[in-house]
Write a protein that binds this ligand. Structure first.
Ligand code: FUL
Length: 472
């Protein structure tokens, strides 16, 4: 009888212990997870505005103005790769309605331009260049169209669908589809009632793997500003009920922070231009953001758990200007040198809960391995470094497959007698780059004070960065 009771107890505890780890709350799709790993990719604004020096073309520009003299999409791709960007998103159609491919549903396209005697196709050239180089591509297709004669009528929704179909069925797979919220008047002075439900269903029918960007996703959300700044509190979750794209969008601070208990996994993408404008303007050649400014934006976007979409507009030759590419290369160098020497690499880790063996997963820089705490509140991780180090940065990463769990954490540095608080943070998400005044220490304590469920972390790392984040 007693043996039988013991056997039941054993069986019960084995079953409890073997409980598989399950996601807590909303969690990313396979495509969203791949998107999270991209961190940083380029945006390309290119079209008649490049030649007319405008930001928002009227839609009545003569298509012959579009005439790059040395168009070279391979160069764009080379620059992107040199910068360490993981993809390129092209404005296939901006608000002026000009199509960078010879669309059958518009008379305002590359076909009507002088470029390559009307035989050119920028979308094809870029998609060929990306495929050759193994870089992913996305498209921006502006719903607002200041050229199309049917804009402002129900028939335009069919036109938009047809143009989208051309793009999504002729150039291979795109990783992201970008829907801008702008909705102004068309040539007949009317605004359009966009049929986004149909647009969305059709886009997924043509390319099910797409991650769709807009104010309310469904794949990813606008971060609420065009300065490249994600919030330090950044939930990958958003409530979309009652909201629309454009004017009916959630408030910008909600877009920036997400909703702590949001119903859907819709992470933030921070878009910003390397120049003041989105399109190339020669007078802005002196205003290209420096490598340091770009690195600072990286800390504010990727370092706050989102992605960075950095616009680099080709100039009138059809190439990325050398000033911009030099800055991008400098930006890459800063990222690489900042995160080369991880002080936690050979550290001895001690936790107040959870499995001891898998603690090593936290410092192996492997995104597939992770560590699970056994407690929901006050998870303590002590990092005993091999030597004392001057440190000012700790990078933390959650295992997003299991949902976003961490709500608050602190970082303390041991001064030989006691722990001194150096950082207080809220969310972690995909990556949190926590920076604090430099301190010399051999021991760091990370305490996850609040979490929605037992924290699941995949990586922790410690660095000394010569550049400290500052609010731009
Ligand atoms: C905005 C647009 O109106 C700008 O022209 C640009 O394309 C930017 C990325 O989105 O809302």
């Amino acid at each position: 009888m007693r043996i039988c009771f013991l056997a039941i107890v054993c069986l019960f505890s084995i079953t409890v212990m073997a409980q598989p780890l399950v996601p807590f709350g909303p969690h990313p799709t396979k495509e969203q997870l791949q998107w999270h790993e991209k961190e940083f990719y380029l945006f390309i604004h290119f079209g008649p505005n490049t030649f007319t020096n405008k930001e928002w073309g009227e839609g009545n520009e003569d298509p012959s103005v579009f005439n790059p003299t040395a168009m070279d999409c391979d160069q764009w791709v080379r620059v992107a790769k040199q910068a360490g960007a993981k993809g390129i998103i092209l404005t296939a159609k901006h608000h002026d309605g000009f199509c960078l491919w010879p669309s059958n549903f518009s008379t305002h396209t590359v076909r009507e331009s002088k470029w390559q005697n009307g035989k050119g196709d920028v979308v094809k050239a870029l998609s060929d260049a990306c495929k050759k180089a193994g870089l992913e591509m996305g498209v921006y297709i502006s719903p607002w169209d200041r050229n199309h004669p049917l804009y402002g009528t129900a028939a335009y929704n069919d036109i938009y669908l047809s143009t989208m179909k051309e793009l999504l069925s002729q150039y291979g797979k795109f990783f992201e589809l970008w829907w801008d919220g702008a909705n102004g008047e068309g040539p007949n002075g009317k605004k359009q009632q966009y049929d986004f439900n149909r647009f969305q269903d059709s886009a997924f029918k043509w390319q099910p793997q797409l991650v769709i960007f807009s104010d309310i996703g469904p794949g990813i959300r606008w971060c609420g500003n065009e300065k490249g700044l994600n919030n330090t509190t950044n939930w990958n979750l958003l409530d979309t009920a009652g909201f629309k794209r454009g004017r009916g969008a959630p408030p910008t601070d909600t877009l920036n922070m997400g909703n702590v208990n949001g119903r859907f996994w819709i992470p933030a993408e921070a878009d910003v231009s390397i120049r003041p404008g989105w399109f190339y303007h020669p007078e802005e050649d002196t205003k290209v953001k420096s490598p340091e400014t770009l690195f600072n934006l990286y800390l504010h976007s990727v370092g706050n758990g989102g992605n960075l979409l950095l616009n680099v507009p080709p100039d009138r030759t059809g190439r990325i200007n050398p000033i911009d590419s030099a800055s991008l290369v400098g930006f890459r160098k800063l990222r690489e040198s900042a995160f080369t020497t991880d002080f936690f690499a050979n550290a001895k880790l001690v936790a107040n809960s959870g499995d001891k063996i898998s603690l090593a997963n936290l410092t192996d820089h492997n995104i597939r391995t992770y560590w699970v705490s056994a407690t929901q509140e006050n998870t303590e991780l002590i990092v005993n470094m091999a030597q004392k180090k001057l440190i000012n940065t700790v990078v933390l990463e959650e295992m997003l497959q299991y949902g976003q769990r961490v709500q608050a954490f602190t970082i303390e540095a041991y001064d030989g007698r006691k722990y001194q608080l150096v950082f207080t943070g809220t969310t972690i998400g995909r990556k949190r780059i926590a920076q604090f005044p430099e301190t010399e220490t051999g021991r760091i304590r990370i305490v996850i004070t609040h979490a929605k469920a037992a924290p699941v972390l995949r990586n922790i790392a410690g660095y000394w960065l010569s550049q400290i984040v500052h609010r731009p």
